[in-house]
Write a protein that binds this ligand. Sequence first.
Ligand SMILES: Cc1cc2nc3c(=O)[nH]c(=O)nc-3n(C[C@H](O)[C@H](O)[C@H](O)COP(=O)(O)OP(=O)(O)OC[C@H]3O[C@@H](n4cnc5c(N)ncnc54)[C@H](O)[C@@H]3O)c2cc1C
Length: 382
Amino acid sequence: METHAEIRHAMRALCAHYPNTYWRELEATNAYPDDFVNAMVESGFLGCLIPETYGGSGLGLQEAGVILEELSRSGGHPGACHAQMYTMGTLLRHGNEQQKQTYLPKIAAGQLRLQAFAVTEPDAGTDTTAITTFARRDANNYVVNGRKVFISRAEHSDLMLLLARTTPKQECQKKSQGMSVFLVDMRKVRGQEMQLQPIDMMMNHHCTEVSFNDMRIPADSLIGEEGKGFKYILDSLNAERILIAYECIGDSKFFIDRAKSYAAERVVFGRAIGQNQGVQFPIARAYTSMRAAELMVVTAAQKFDAGKACGEDANIAKLLASEASWAAGDTCLQTHGGFGFAKEFDIERKLRETRLYQVAPISTNLILSYVSEHVLGLPRSF
Ligand SMILES: Cc1cc2nc3c(=O)[nH]c(=O)nc-3n(C[C@H](O)[C@H](O)[C@H](O)COP(=O)(O)OP(=O)(O)OC[C@H]3O[C@@H](n4cnc5c(N)ncnc54)[C@H](O)[C@@H]3O)c2cc1C
């Protein structure tokens, strides 16, 4: 297996071809980084979690995390492509052999993109069990109706992992039952029974509202057993939280690197601003917060790779890392004074990008609620 140092080295070399000007220009034109994503596929990085038997590199979540961390640290935006890494896990762990043989080698080879993960709905929000998008079985098909919101990269994906109800919530013993996961071939329905409506976001994230109007998909699009979809996506959700946490560590390092360089160079009142402890200390504090979060992130990824329960660790890692990166970004901006607001410095862009991770894929409040109830045993709040 490649060492983390080798992966970091190779990823830095790849990122050097996609400097900050590349990401800045993409954002200015709302464009998708097709050439970067292709380079990620060709290098094997994007398929790193796909087992070698299906054409991937067969690496673990720690290695995937290192890849995304380096991308973030370079100034790039992993939001354009990271989903393929974690959504693929649901197919890998719960799909049947035919589904895996059909899709995984093509995803690994870059012939198909699985970049869309459709869970959130406008009227359900964080309460996933309240989703109402419904897939009704009709002979050899399912007929899907409903609406999703904030679905990233749907315009740039061939496949979508879709969570829908197959039994109404009121007919289930537990509210987490009665939901199913489907692997939808978007190429056959996009623009017809599946409509995408782009949402202009604070950062270049290619979000869409997706509506399904009597969308007919073959019954063999179902992953695993009907009604168990919520359970199936939990693994992907933990993987997603851990990978996002790695990205936040990368963002923190980007901000700390930039802040310390600028503080050492910028001369005001006849001396480097970094000589002032009022400038040094926030940078040092951002570094200590990043290091503490990093320990938690690595712990969570190690547990995930070992097949151990990691819900607590994944949630805590995401919370700490997203707060560390925001604090590092704020400090970096402050260190740069007025220049921090100038787009050509990329700090304001990275700060907007890293802010997302206190809200999505799960908000800080919901993590605190999970820790309160499930870790500390405090009374259930909702
Ligand atoms: C850029 C972007 C990309 C996204 N990409 C995807 C995607 O690809 N696929 C997908 O399925 N979803 C995606 N999402 C959706 C994202 O996962 C949700 O926005 C997020 O889970 C929060 O849901 P919500 O926006 O409905 O907020 P709400 O659930 O409406 O919550 C609003 C606020 O209230 C707080 N809150 C709610 N209930 C409680 C409570 N009981 N106690 C305390 N506080 C509470 C929350 O913490 C939050 O701060 C994306 C979102 C964004 C912004």
